[in-house]
Ligand binder design. Structure first.
Ligand code: MG
Length: 313
């Protein structure tokens, strides 16, 4: 297992407003709430926020107002406001609404892609090509997500070589960063190590991000493993927003607060305020009438707003 020096600084990519809210009941959502959440997340010090997606409103009603969200957010300097854009038309919509970064998504498993986007992995890349090209003409950075990097709910374990080849192809197509997603959250640290060992032979580690789901409680252990490989970009979701469609009732995204707490304990810089994040986390859970899925926010709840809170940092 390769052990590079731990990164001194990590960039957290906050996916709560999109990946998180997309899995919450639409009845709790409205444009004003999303705008406020995004503005509060930026005020916490997060510099990279996935805010919406330009996909079919009938398939994902939670994201139907993404254009309105992008039009209404007050922008902070130095913050990237990203959108998911599966095709050419979506990139055009993103350009029209002033999105600062777009993202394409595919999976390492053909079976998963067939279920999710009704095409094979190769066909998904063909679909992205003109979308990536248009984004590049408009100087928009393009991120890529690869799902099912460890296991697919339909076809079983994923070969790390498949992920490495796909990451290399997406990089060659112009994606500046590849986010590796353990979609069903079954991965353990040794699998994460094998995956990163293989992928980083074909794509520089600086271009790799990780997106671990906490469904089986393995996310922090997997993230620590990724840090030991030199990965310095981590996808997280405030309050752990976003359940797991493959295990109803179980958690999906790892909470931003939980990752931030671990990074702070390791002396790794993020520029994000834990205190502000915890307060935002409790606020959004209240708005959504749901329990907070972050261990750290649960632990700090009795202290939030109390003077001693900051003294404990
Ligand atoms: Mg996710």
């Amino acid at each position: 297992m390769a052990h590079n020096a731990l990164p001194k600084r990590v960039r957290l990519v906050e996916v709560g407003p999109r990946d998180g809210l997309q899995n919450e009941p639409a009845l709790h959502l409205n444009t004003a709430l999303k705008v406020k959440l995004i503005e509060r997340l930026a005020a916490c010090g997060l510099t990279h926020i996935e805010c919406g997606s330009f996909v079919s409103a009938s398939k994902v009603p939670q994201m139907a107002d993404s254009a309105g969200v992008f039009q209404q957010i007050r922008r902070h300097n130095g913050v990237r406001y990203a959108a998911l854009t599966p095709n050419l038309r979506a990139v055009q919509d993103a350009i029209n609404t002033g999105v600062s970064e777009v993202a394409v998504f595919t999976a390492a498993s053909d079976a998963f892609n067939q279920h999710n986007i009704h095409c094979t992995t190769d066909e998904s890349l063909q679909r992205f090509a003109p979308a990536i090209e248009l984004a590049q003409q408009h100087q928009l950075p393009v991120r890529a997500y690869i799902s099912t990097v460890i296991e697919c709910p339909y076809s079983g374990p994923t070969d790390p070589v498949t992920v490495a080849n796909l990451a290399e192809q997406l990089t060659a197509m112009g994606c500046y960063e590849i986010s590796l997603g353990d979609t069903i959250g079954t991965g353990t640290p040794l699998q994460t190590a094998r995956l990163l060992e293989t992928v980083t032979q074909q794509v520089p580690v600086e271009r790799i991000a990780v997106h671990f789901h906490n469904t089986y409680g393995q996310a922090l252990a997997n993230i620590l493993t990724a840090l030991q490989f030199g990965v310095s970009v981590i996808d997280t979701s405030i309050a752990g927003l976003g359940g797991c469609p493959y295990a109803p009732g179980a958690s999906g995204n790892i909470a931003t607060e939980d990752v931030l707490y671990m990074l702070q304990g390791m002396g790794i810089e993020t520029g994000v305020s834990l205190e502000k994040l915890v307060s935002t986390s409790h606020w959004i859970c209240q708005q959504l009438a749901k329990e907070n899925d972050s261990r750290v926010s649960q632990a700090l709840k009795p202290l939030a707003g109390v003077k001693t809170f900051t003294q404990r940092q």
